[in-house]
Design a protein around this ligand. Structure first.
Ligand code: DX5
Ligand code: ZN
Length: 211
């Protein structure tokens, strides 16, 4: 069964605590938190203090997507804030193998993400160090962008690379019931969605539509 990870990038920032309670009630499987540093991506969002403040209000896993340069220097911040899964970008880290290992040793699940222009070959030799591979289906930085269809082939290739390992494929960007179904057909296990879950305000209905 496909897992649904709402991205709070599209939530009401002035009411984040209640937004998370509403997402849990609506059947979300995890909460996707987009951390942007204004450097790796041209936008700034949340830091570890906000994640820590939200942590007591839900038992849902916090799926923390770090869109930051040199994430190795800041992994501890997000571990201490209560992240369950920490995903870093292959493009943002010089010593990817080592940093993935550090996330694992800190007790979190490990994710690696690829921008649309990055080949799946980049992660061939670190695949045994991850629990999740996050395929960006838009260029990271903003919600509400259009799904990039060329990534479907990448999803299928990663699915083949995974073989019988227990690694999940997550897709992020421009996911709606239509593109979500295409991504799942190509091999995706987790759908991240902001716009399509928050639009209209009926989160349960929107989550069910994605599933
Ligand atoms: C984009 C973020 C996404 C974003 C997706 O950089 O990583 O998680 O919230 O938003 P939608 O679903 O609106 O494309
Ligand atoms: Zn994301």
């Amino acid at each position: 069964m496909v897992l649904i990870a709402p991205s709070i990038l599209s939530a009401d920032f002035a009411d984040l605590k209640n937004e998370i309670l509403r997402l849990e009630e609506a059947g979300a499987d995890m909460i996707h938190i987009d951390v942007m540093d204004g450097n790796f991506v041209p936008n700034l969002t949340f830091g570890p203090m906000l994640i820590k403040a939200l942590r007591p209000y839900t038992k849902l896993p916090f799926d923390v997507h770090l869109m930051i340069t040199e994430p190795s220097k800041k992994i501890d911040w997000f571990v201490e804030a209560g992240a369950d899964i920490i995903t870093i970008h292959a493009e943002a880290e010089q010593h990817l193998d080592k940093t993935l290992e550090n996330i694992r040793n800190a007790g979190c699940k490990v994710g690696v993400s690829l921008n649309p222009s990055t080949s799946e070959d980049t992660i061939r030799y670190v695949i045994d160090k991850v629990d999740e591979i996050l395929v960006m289906t838009v260029n990271p930085g903003f919600g509400g962008q259009t799904f990039i269809a060329s990534q479907l082939e990448k999803i299928s290739r990663i699915k083949q690379m995974i073989g019988n390992r227990k690694i999940l494929i997550e897709v992020d960007g421009g996911i709606n019931p239509l593109t979500g179904a295409e991504a799942v057909a190509a091999g995706a296990d987790i759908l991240v969605a902001g716009t399509s879950i928050f639009s209209g305000g009926d989160y349960a209905r929107n989550i069910a539509a994605l599933r």
